[in-house]
Design a protein around this ligand. Structure first.
Ligand SMILES: Nc1nc2c(ncn2[C@@H]2O[C@H](COP(=O)(O)OP(=O)(O)OP(=O)(O)O)[C@@H](O)[C@H]2O)c(=O)[nH]1
Ligand SMILES: [Mg+2]
Length: 307
């Protein structure tokens, strides 16, 4: 997966964000000075690029600490801004690599509201694990709609992995229990669990997640190994509000930020990181299997700036 085509996919997935970025940020320093006026213009445009107030303040503090050198000012500003952004994304950079699969089965639960891309992310990840020879099993614990189960089964067929399912309306933790049993019996490497993301009440969400976790932990005390919250980048700051609710409901170990290819506001990743302090594990930059990528802060920032 690594290599230049991988970076090209990332760049192409971030095209809208990059163009927006160049338009908002790039122009500020053309023929201008490193003065308060330029910095204020930058501040406004960072907020407009969906970085959020908190992250923008931090970035501006980092930039204001630095006095300009004598080289090409636009270039220098850009590179300082890049460094400052990578620094803000450090919690993600410093986090352990996504899913080392150090025990078997490695159990990952996917959370998130309707339509953010949970099932698609599971399908893509399953395909990637299969391609490196891992035994994968999917669990359809989103029992709320029959279509949700069918969608996961379609991915299972496409990728060539089995799906543990019950009828629509069944108890999600009962499906999870069966999934854990099957994973142990079949020597599965990775168990990917799809959950329903509806948020009718927070209490209900908390209860359901608690129950699912309890079932998993009873079968395997160190599991789940990851609780990944899936967020849709095109929802911008609204995604953050959802994330707060889930963060209060349960422990989240990582974020998957999908549909970055569908938004000009890729900068939202910085405000997510800043607000939640949870590492971003994967990003989705398109519809293909290869478009789900492990998140790498410096590569991401480079792709945002590089023409
Ligand atoms: N362009 C693009 N589309 C994506 C990406 N990730 C997911 N999608 C699309 O988003 C739509 C919703 O994805 P699902 O996987 O069904 O979302 P979900 O969270 O499982 O939704 P529910 O099961 O309804 O809760 C689908 O049409 C996916 O193809 C991405 O990174 N880029
Ligand atoms: Mg789904």
């Amino acid at each position: 997966m690594e290599g230049s085509s991988f970076f090209q996919r990332l760049k192409s997935g971030l095209t809208k964000s990059r163009e927006n970025w160049a338009q908002k940020i790039g122009v500020i320093f053309q023929n201008r000075h490193w003065d308060e006026e330029s910095l204020e213009a930058m501040e406004e445009n960072l907020i407009a690029a969906d970085l959020g107030h908190k992250a923008t303040q931090k970035l501006m503090d980092l930039l204001r600490q630095q006095s300009p050198g004598s080289e090409d000012l636009a270039q220098e500003m850009a590179s300082r801004l890049q460094q400052a952004m990578v620094q803000l994304l450090q919690p993600s950079a410093a986090a352990p690599k996504p899913s080392p699969l150090s025990v078997r089965p490695w159990v990952i639960v996917f959370l998130g509201v309707n339509g953010v891309g949970k099932t698609t992310t599971i399908g893509k990840l399953a395909a990637q694990y299969v391609s490196v020879g891992k035994k994968v099993l999917l669990v359809a614990a989103d029992t709320f709609r029959a279509a949700a189960i069918e969608q996961l089964e379609a991915w299972g067929q496409r990728v060539g992995v089995e799906v543990v399912r019950h009828r629509a309306g069944a108890d999600p933790s009962a499906v999870v229990y069966d999934g854990m049993q099957a994973a142990k019996n079949r020597g599965i490497d990775v168990l990917l669990i799809d959950t329903a993301g509806r948020l009718h009440t927070k209490v209900h969400l908390i209860d359901e997640l608690k129950k699912i976790r309890r079932v998993i932990a009873r079968e395997q005390p160190d599991a789940p190994h990851e609780m990944l919250l899936v967020l849709d980048a095109t929802t911008g700051q609204n995604g953050l509000q959802q994330a707060r609710v889930f963060k209060e409901a349960t422990d989240i170990s990582g974020i998957v930020l999908t549909k970055l290819d569908g938004t000009a506001k890729g900068g939202v990743i910085i405000s997510i990181q800043e607000e939640l302090g949870i590492p971003v594990r994967y990003i989705g930059v398109g519809e293909e299997v290869e478009d789900l990528q492990p998140f790498d802060a410096s590569r991401f920032v480079q792709a945002l700036f590089e023409n």
